[in-house]
Design a protein around this ligand. Structure first.
Ligand SMILES: [Ca+2]
Ligand SMILES: [Ca+2]
Ligand SMILES: [Ca+2]
Length: 376
């Protein structure tokens, strides 16, 4: 965002190296593990259409971040769906450790009909705006939306996107970065290919899995591999080093009503946050439409590029009880020390390799089968 020369330089690096990630709305192996997973039912419609372009609901099932230093790009993959009704996917990125806005100001760049500032503090009326968890101070904003599907003509929908700097003291640069119409609403693909700032965005809206719309049976987000994909040159974000953290949520058309679909996820059982954090609406106000703090909500409503695998409940190398990176004789010794019933008789405690509810002779047999080096 600093200069076109910088962007050109980054693009030059990208074209001279193998690009493992393709921005197409489908998950690439190079993303590694998901860093966030949804546990809350969507309050903005369960997506059931199965079409690549349009969707009848919005859900954020999982979040992946790839900081590709070799190619100079930040990649974000959010599995799920963005309803093709011009609801918004708002993404706040904390990529500079000692800068940014923990409490969103309202003198940031005017992008998407001033939608970013609509979420910020209302200084005239002394209303606070959106505030983030302690320690999370975003430095960059991306918002994207999709709509305009015409079933009669069989055209659309089209995705649109805006980016903006979030500088510590406001101001900065923002821009509309283009549109990506679908080549075919049901089976086609799309791409926003921003040649000014070097960003790329795409959606594949075909997911029908992930969370449900039923709070009593929310399901969960693991396993969904299509959704919203974004690439931003790291130079535009002012990134120098360190992990990159993201807070992403589905919002209403006017950036004025936050859904239940937030990553990092809201506490299980949560509903839509609305404008006040409780499902109410403050949208009649020019700014400060969003007037709650994620710090008041349990858990971290952000996730980090260096976080653990959000979808792994099992250890990466079962049987490697002494963390030697291989399952061998040393682990038999560790197993013997663990002999006895699991706490409360709950199967699957450390050493209970056969899920019998106790660590016993049966687990020695299971351990012998696992003998060998851990997967790389
Ligand atoms: Ca991809
Ligand atoms: Ca920051
Ligand atoms: Ca929180």
């Amino acid at each position: 965002m600093k200069s076109l020369a910088m962007v050109s330089m980054v693009a030059g690096i990208a074209s001279s190296a193998f690009g493992q990630i393709v921005v197409d709305g489908t998950l690439d192996a190079d993303y590694g593990n998901p860093k966030s997973v949804q546990v809350v039912a969507t309050g903005f419609g369960n997506a059931t259409d199965g079409a690549n372009g349009y969707a009848n609901g919005s859900e954020l099932n999982g979040g992946w971040i790839k900081v590709d230093v070799d190619n100079g790009n930040f990649y974000l993959f959010l599995s799920g769906n963005l309803e093709s009704n011009f609801n918004k996917l708002d993404i706040f990125i904390d990529c500079i450790g000692d800068a940014g806005q923990n409490a969103l100001r309202s003198d940031n760049p005017d992008v998407d009909f001033n939608g970013l500032n609509a979420m910020g503090e209302d200084t005239a009326n002394a209303f606070p705006g959106l505030r983030f968890d302690a320690g999370f101070a975003p430095d960059f904003f991306v918002t994207t939306t999709i709509g305009g599907y015409d079933p009669t003509a069989g055209t659309g929908p089209t995705q649109y996107a805006n980016i903006a700097q979030i500088l510590t003291d406001g101001g900065g640069v923002g821009a509309y970065i283009g549109s990506g119409p679908f080549s075919n609403p049901q089976t086609g693909s799309n791409l926003i290919d921003d040649t000014v700032y070097g960003c790329k965005l795409s959606i594949n809206n075909s997911n029908v899995g992930g969370v449900s719309g039923d709070p009593a049976n929310p399901g969960e987000g693991c396993g969904v591999t299509t959704g919203i994909e974004i690439m931003i040159p790291l130079a535009n974000m002012g990134w120098v080093d360190g992990p990159i953290r993201v807070c992403a949520f589905i919002n209403g058309q006017g950036h004025d009503y936050v859904s239940s679909q937030v990553l990092g996820a809201l506490p299980a059982g949560s509903g839509n946050l609305g404008g006040d954090g409780l499902g109410g609406w403050n949208g009649q106000n020019p700014t400060g439409k969003i007037r709650f703090s994620f710090a008041d909500i349990a858990g971290d409503q952000f996730f980090s590029s260096d976080g653990p695998d959000a979808c792994s409940s099992a250890p990466a190398c079962p049987g490697d009880l002494d963390d030697s990176n291989s399952v061998d004789a040393g682990d038999i010794g560790s197993l013997l020390i663990l002999f006895g019933d699991c706490a409360g008789g709950t199967p699957g405690c450390t050493g209970d390799l056969d899920d019998s509810g106790s660590v016993d002779a049966g687990d020695i047999g299971s351990l012998l089968i696992l003998f060998g080096d851990c997967p790389a």
